[in-house]
Design a protein around this ligand. Structure first.
Ligand SMILES: Nc1nc2c(ncn2[C@@H]2O[C@H](COP(=O)(O)OP(=O)(O)OP(=O)(O)O)[C@@H](O)[C@H]2O)c(=O)[nH]1
Ligand SMILES: [Mg+2]
Length: 484
């Protein structure tokens, strides 16, 4: 008797599982074939997606990664904006509209700060006692513009610090502008819910806020807003409406010499605060306001967490165009998040503003330069960063020049400065030597010290520096890979 040989699939459980069941009808067969081809398609898609992810990871591994570090308000995000403007101008242009609302909110915040100063002055010192009519009150016809001069506006010195100078007219102006505060709060809440610090507008890493604000449509005609009524309008429209509605009162407030005297005696240097746009109300508080490059650089939006930006540089040499730049939040509470980016970066741009007379927002007892040096020491000595190129940007050179020009002496804030000349080159040399010495002493391996004097709100000068920085990073990458 001839032995019947077993079919090949009989020992293969997978092949057996795919065999058609015995007695399969035509309909069942068609269904099974369809399901099998569907499963094969899904499997192919998963394979392709894995290949794609692998390629992306490879590409990312080869890409240049740069980390921007420094204390809060040191200019990290502004440097990133300059990177975009210099190397990806079309992307920068596309996102221009997103900055409109941020600038409007910056302006509204300055108005809020002034209203608060008026309130504080009122509570601490009180108003000018009104005799009827208020003597010396110079505004005519009940107009809302023009200076609101109080009678004793010529007085100076110590006496001025205790003299009431605000009038009922200021109280009325303050009342007219007060809806602005709740409108600003509502707008902030809509845009950036749960901010870590409600006094500052901030953006959380990965929220894609720019595409959100760029995407929203704008109405052609916007009606002025009745105080308190913002219902139904988009956040982007609200900023414009608020400013257009309150424009004249804002101008009256900012052009009033008494208000400036109140700010002075309450030591509120509003001009030096980030995001200062009060000199530009006429230009900004209009329906079709388009932020300029300079406006965008001056806009203040605090970074919370870490933002990753992937740049494909539009004008880069072949193969060198893929860059990742990480922009971190610089407040003390956010610095613990920096370390997770350390093991994979080729270069660090460290922003240290030479604002010798300022202290940290988080801790007014700590001098800003002292704080920068503490972070600098930690970065230079970190072993995970021993291969990274560190580039120091001594930033806010314009602010330094203004501070020295106004007569401030460095030694009154940094005692070790002693009797050295109180001019820009000497101050720069003094602090540069300090940073350089720590870099040399604390770096685990010897490496070159790179530094630049910057004012990163100056786009032309910063662009020239960034082109140099890019070349430097590429060259140092090349020499490292040759050594390896
Ligand atoms: N005058 C002047 N202002 C600057 C300069 N660099 C930055 N600023 C302003 O300082 C403010 C803070 O700058 P940012 O770039 O937001 O600071 P940051 O380091 O990103 O701060 P965080 O996000 O809080 O960590 C912004 O309003 C900038 O326009 C500068 O060189 N000169
Ligand atoms: Mg930032």
């Amino acid at each position: 008797m001839k032995a019947v040989s077993k079919p090949r699939w009989a020992n293969d459980p997978f092949a057996a599982a795919l065999m058609p069941p015995s007695g399969e009808t035509d309909d069942e067969r068609a269904k099974r074939v369809h399901e099998q081809s569907e499963a094969a398609r899904v499997s192919r898609e998963i394979d392709e997606s894995l290949q794609e992810t692998k390629k992306l990871l490879e590409k990312r591994k080869k890409a240049i990664k740069v980390l921007l570090l420094g204390q809060a308000e040191s200019g990290k995000s502004t440097t990133l904006k300059n990177f975009q403007l210099s190397f990806c101008p079309s992307q920068f242009k596309k996102e221009r509209a997103a900055w409109r609302l941020i600038i409007q909110l910056n302006l509204i915040k300055s108005v809020r700060t002034i209203l608060q100063a008026i309130q504080d002055d009122w509570e601490a010192i009180g108003p000018v006692k009104p005799t009827s009519p208020i003597p010396g009150f110079s505004r005519q016809n009940g107009s809302t513009t023009g200076p609101l001069l109080a009678p004793n506006n010529q007085e100076t010195g110590d006496k001025e610090d205790r003299e009431p100078i605000l009038t009922d007219a200021h109280r009325r102006l303050r009342m007219r502008l007060s809806p602005l505060i709740s409108m600003e709060e509502n707008l902030n809440k809509k845009l950036f819910p749960h901010p870590p610090d409600p006094r500052e507008i901030s953006v959380r890493g990965g929220t894609n806020w720019k595409s959100y604000l760029t995407r929203l449509p704008r109405e052609k005609e916007q009606k002025p807003l009745r105080p308190g009524s913002s219902q139904g309008s988009l956040p982007q429209e609200e900023g414009t409406r608020i400013l257009v509605t309150f424009k004249e009162d804002i101008i009256a407030l900012w052009s009033d010499p008494v208000v400036h005297r109140v700010l002075k005696r309450r030591r509120c240097n509003i001009r030096d605060m980030p995001g200062f746009f009060l000199d530009d109300v006429q230009r900004i508080a209009v329906q079709n306001y388009e932020p300029s490059d300079q406006d965008i650089m001056k806009a203040r939006l605090k970074t919370v967490g870490v933002e990753e930006y992937h740049f494909v540089m539009e004008n880069a040499p072949e193969g060198d165009g893929d860059w990742y730049i990480y922009d971190v939040g610089g407040s003390r509470s956010l610095r613990s998040q920096w370390a997770s980016f350390f093991d994979d970066v080729q270069a660090i741009i460290f922003l240290a503003p030479l604002t010798f007379n300022l202290t940290l927002e988080e801790d007014p007892t700590v001098n800003r330069i002292e704080d920068s040096i503490i972070i600098w020491k930690a970065i230079c000595s970190n072993r995970l960063l021993e291969h990274a190129t560190i580039i120091l940007f001594m930033n806010k050179m314009d602010v330094l020049a203004t501070a020295l020009g106004s007569g401030l002496r460095v030694r009154d804030y940094v005692t070790s400065y002693g009797d050295l000349p109180n001019d820009v080159p000497s101050v720069v040399k003094y602090f540069r030597d300090k940073f350089k010495a720590y870099h040399k002493k604390l770096s685990p391996k010897s490496r070159s010290f790179f530094w630049h004097e910057t004012s990163v709100i100056d786009t032309d000068a910063t662009s020239a520096i960034l082109f140099g920085v890019r070349e430097g990073i590429l060259r140092s990458q090349l020499s490292k890979s040759n050594v390896i």
